[in-house]
Design a protein around this ligand. Structure first.
Ligand code: SAM
Ligand code: 2KA
Ligand code: SF4
Ligand code: MG
Length: 214
């Protein structure tokens, strides 16, 4: 029997986050997540979804006729068949990125796939889940992302960037928790400290607000 995945949704949108922000992108959102970040904007993906074969997912992605595809969730790596999906999408010629929490092993991710990996700061409630061994598997095109709720999270994130020399390994993204930390405050902290990190806002929320399938 061919492998299957529980899929919450597949949709076309403007990439709202990370290095490919702005590109028309197909999103494949896998169901389920073992974490419960306090501010998660995608809790609707924790349950439900449709079981699809890898072939069906690749075919649906292809139907949209765009080059970029992002596999996200939920936590995509919580389903082991996600690794095979990533490889099939890369084989099919798509520019593939993976959004992952940083709590699951990324060592098996196809090297053609760009990893966008969170490190969860304390106010998420999930900092104990950060899998620090993952840092050894980052490639230069990958990105490490900190989603920051308050000054404590900012200082913690700044400390991890320094301790693990992250800025020399890949792009480092700092993003405010939407609706919680005023973006300007985070921008000013970054500038005051001359931090070598990239400030990010979720473009799709500026365009469409906070709604599923966008
Ligand atoms: C919904 S998660 C799915 C992938 C994976 N579970 C993860 O956490 O990276 C995708 C991205 O959205 C970010 N995110 C979730 N809720 C957010 C919020 N309220 N404000 C800003 N970013 C948020 C996450 O931190 C993560 O970078
Ligand atoms: N437009 C849009 N861009 C995104 N980039 C990463 C997303 C995610 O939820 O992982 C996301 C999303 O949910 N929507
Ligand atoms: S790991 Fe990602 S999907 Fe899971 S709760 Fe945190 S932000 Fe949401
Ligand atoms: Mg999202």
């Amino acid at each position: 029997m061919s492998e299957t995945l529980k899929i919450k949704e597949i949709f076309l949108s403007i990439q709202g986050e990370a290095d490919t922000a702005g590109w028309p992108t197909v999103f494949v959102r896998l169901s389920g997540c073992p974490l419960r970040c306090r501010w998660c904007d995608t809790a609707y993906a924790f349950q439900g979804g449709e079981r699809l074969s890898l072939e069906a997912v690749v075919a649906r992605v292809g139907d949209y006729g765009v080059r970029h595809v992002t596999v996200t969730g939920g936590e995509p790596l919580a389903q082991p068949a996600c690794l095979a999906l990533l490889t099939r999408l890369a084989d099919a010629g798509f520019a593939v990125s993976l959004e992952t929490s940083g709590a699951l092993d990324v060592s098996g991710v196809d090297p053609r796939v760009v990893k966008v990996m969170d490190l969860k700061p304390p106010a998420s409630g999930e900092a104990a889940r950060n899998r620090w061994e993952n840092l050894a598997f980052l490639q230069p095109a990958d990105q490490v992302k900190f989603v920051i709720a308050d000054r404590g999270d900012y200082e913690w994130s700044r400390e991890q960037v320094a301790r693990h020399a992250l800025a020399g390994r890949c792009q480092v993204l700092f993003s405010p928790v939407a609706g919680e930390l005023p973006p300007r405050r985070l921008a000013e902290w970054i500038l005051e400290d001359r931090l070598p990190v990239r400030f990010q806002l979720q473009l799709h929320k500026l365009l469409w607000g906070d709604q599923p399938g966008r």
